[in-house]
Ligand binder design. Structure first.
Ligand code: ADP
Length: 334
């Protein structure tokens, strides 16, 4: 005992008491002084034998503990580096958006002033590429925000059904191009008014519905909601987006929630996209206290599920219509 580190002495004495009182197997760790004066971490296992005696085996675990500390420090360093990179990416995408808006704005203005069909066609291509570029930048910005843990959720009253309907309306043009019918069954069971982040909720739902429409031809996309659980004033709402599209093979399902992953290399060529949407959804849904997963049958369709924890509220009082705009600046030059 005299070699045990003074700080570990009370714990060592307590363990010895346990052994004396006949407790069968005891495991404890203490620091023990070596003959050179330094301390080693020793792990002890005490086991009773058939002869009634207790046998103790001590093992030097100093290297193992040092290795654990080293790995922990390296892991923290790697995580900090990843966060720094994600922050850099988020700043970059934010900065790139500003000139892109200028380019798009000027292209739109130019469209009003040119007549030559060949030039109009070229300008259309500029606009279409610009829009794809903006979508990509927005995805990268969102993804890097999620990675850097920089998403701050709002907590405001919003009308859940109306938000879902907006998503359906937004997707209806693309759906009709693909001969897809969108069926919205959310209203039946979800609370009408809730507290939460309407933009992020809409973003997740829109991403899943947009994928469902994209990968379905001549079919149906059904959006539904069920209350899964209720605790501490919050409800866990379970949303599902079911399609009758191409389906997803089992071996790639989990990987799809990882950034830049798609079912196969031909997906981008055939359907476009970056493979970032689902990883953004995963980050946002987890931030909203839920999870995301999917079922699918190749050739028959897929169902994406997600849950979010949300506080139902009474409908807020009607906000009076905004006052008509002031005419104070009429005639002034802008
Ligand atoms: P993106 O659609 O931009 O490629 P996502 O992360 O949203 O990125 O989706 C990743 C991939 O998952 C898609 O490229 C596609 O291969 C597959 N996928 C997603 N939703 C569906 C769906 N409803 N049906 C079939 N495949 C899907």
């Amino acid at each position: 005992l005299c070699a045990v580190h003074p700080d570990d002495m009370p714990a060592a004495i307590a363990e010895l008491e346990k052994i004396k009182s006949g407790i069968p197997t005891v495991h404890f760790e203490v620091r023990v002084r070596t003959k050179h004066g330094s301390y080693t971490h020793t792990s002890w296992h005490v086991t009773p034998a058939a002869d009634g005696k207790q046998y103790a085996i001590g093992r030097d675990v100093t290297t193992q503990l040092e290795m654990q500390d080293y790995l922990k420090a390296e892991k923290n360093r790697a995580e900090a580096a990843t966060r720094a990179k994600a922050r850099f990416l988020a700043n970059m995408s934010h900065e790139i958006r500003t000139p892109m808006n200028g380019i798009m704005g000027m292209a739109n203005l130019l469209m009003d002033s040119i007549q030559d069909p060949a030039q109009v066609e070229r300008l259309r291509i500029i606009q279409s590429c610009g829009n794809s570029m903006l979508d990509l930048i927005n995805d990268v910005l969102d993804f890097s925000k999620v990675e850097a843990d920089g998403v701050v959720l709002e907590n405001q009253p919003f009308a859940l059904h109306a938000a879902a309907r907006e998503v359906v309306d937004m997707m209806s043009v693309k759906a009709s191009e693909n001969s897809v019918q969108i069926v919205d069954e959310i209203a039946a069971s979800a609370p009408e008014w809730v507290l939460g982040d309407v933009t992020r909720f809409r973003q997740v739902l829109a991403n899943l519905v947009s994928n469902a429409v994209k990968f379905t031809k001549n079919g149906v996309v059904k959006i539904a909601c069920a209350v899964e659980d209720e605790a501490q004033g919050k409800r866990l709402l379970h949303f599902s987006v079911q399609d009758s599209g191409i389906g997803i093979p089992p071996e790639v399902r989990d990987g799809l929630f990882v950034a830049f992953s798609q079912v196969d290399a031909s997906t981008t060529r055939k359907f476009g996209g970056t493979g970032l949407g689902l990883s953004i959804c995963k980050g946002l849904v987890e931030k909203m206290g839920g999870r995301i997963w999917l079922d699918s049958k190749v050739g028959f369709g897929s169902t994406f599920h997600f849950t979010i924890a949300i506080v139902p509220i009474e409908a807020p009082p009607q906000v009076p219509a905004p006052a008509p705009p002031s005419t104070e600046f009429e005639g002034a030059r802008l």
